[in-house]
Design a protein around this ligand. Sequence first.
Ligand code: FAD
Length: 291
Amino acid sequence: MKLTELFQQKKLFLSFEVFPPKTSTAFENVKAATEEIAKLKPSFMSVTYGAGGGTSQYTLDIAKNIKETYGVPTLAHLTCVSSTRETVQERIRMMREAGIENVMALRGDLTPELENSDRSGWVYRHAVDLIRELKESGADFCIGGACYPEIHPESRDQREDIQHLKEKVDAGCEFLTTQMFFDNNLLYNFLYKIREAGITVPIIPGIMPITNAKQVEKAIKLSGSFMPQRFKSLVDKFGESPAAMKQAGIAYATDQIIDLYANGITNVHVYSMNNPDVAQKIQSNLSDILG
Ligand code: FAD
C-alpha cells in the first residue's frame, strides 16, 4: 500500500520507526522486537538504513517480514551520500525485488570523515539527487523525504532550508517526515512557513519518547532540537530514577501527540526505535483517541 493513501484519514494513527541490526548475530533479536511492534498494528513502520550501506539487506529483510507476516505497510529508508550510481541502482533493484512500495529518500549524515574527503566526484550531493534517480528508475515508489522544523544544521537559515525542501517536493517527494522536536509550537510555525512556500504534501511529525537521561544528550546532539524548560525540569527531577524517567518521558511524548491531533495532525511518527514496550505504552495511553 502506498503511504499517501493512509494520510487521507481523519482519525489519529501512529507509525513507528525501527532500525535494522548491524550484524547477523543481532538479526533474530531485532526481528523479534520489530514483530512485537508490528503486532500493535500501526499505520505503517519505517525501517532505517545505515548510511555506510552495511545494513541495506537487513533494512529490506525487516521491512519485507513486517509487511508479509503482519500486513503492516512499510517504509524502507535509503541514503545516497558518497554512493556510486551503480550502488544506488543496485539498491533500487533490490527494493523492487523485495516488493518495497514506499521509500524514504535521504542524503545521510556527513560524518567528519566524509566531510574531509574529496567530494568532487560525488554523484549524489543531496537527497533531491536520489529522489530524481528513484523517479527516473521507472519503479512506482511512493517517495518520502525528511524535513526539519528547527532547520537542518547545515542550512544558513530557514528560508534557504525551505527552498531546498520545495525542490525535493517538486522532484517527486510525496510526503515529509520531520526530525524530532520537543516543542509543538516549533512545528506549527514551520507548517505555516512551508505552506506559505507552496509545499502542500502531507507532513508527518516525528516524536521521540525520551526514556532515559542519557538519551537526552544523544538526541540533542543528533537533532539540535530545542529542549523546553518543561522538558528539562522533567529530566532534572526523574533523570536518576530509570523507571520514573521512562514513565515521565512516555507521558511527555503522549501529551505532544494529543496536542498535535487537537491541532489537526492525523498521523504521528513515533521514534520508539526497537522498543516494543515504549510503542505499546504510548499506544495504550491513547487507546480512546486512536482511530
Ligand atoms: P538533504 O535534503 O539533502 O538536506 C541536507 C542539507 O542540504 C540541508 O541543509 C538542505 O537545506 C541542504 N540542501 C538540500 N538540497 C540542496 C541543494 N540542492 N543545494 C544546496 N543545499 C541543499 N540517516 C541515515 O543514515 N539513515 C536513515 O535511515 C535516516 N532516516 C532519517 C529519517 C528522518 C525522518 C530524518 C529527519 C533524518 C533521517 N536520517 C537518516 C538523517 C539524515 O540522513 C540527515 O539528517 C542528513 O544530514 C540530511 O538528510 P536529508 O535527506 O534531509 O538531506
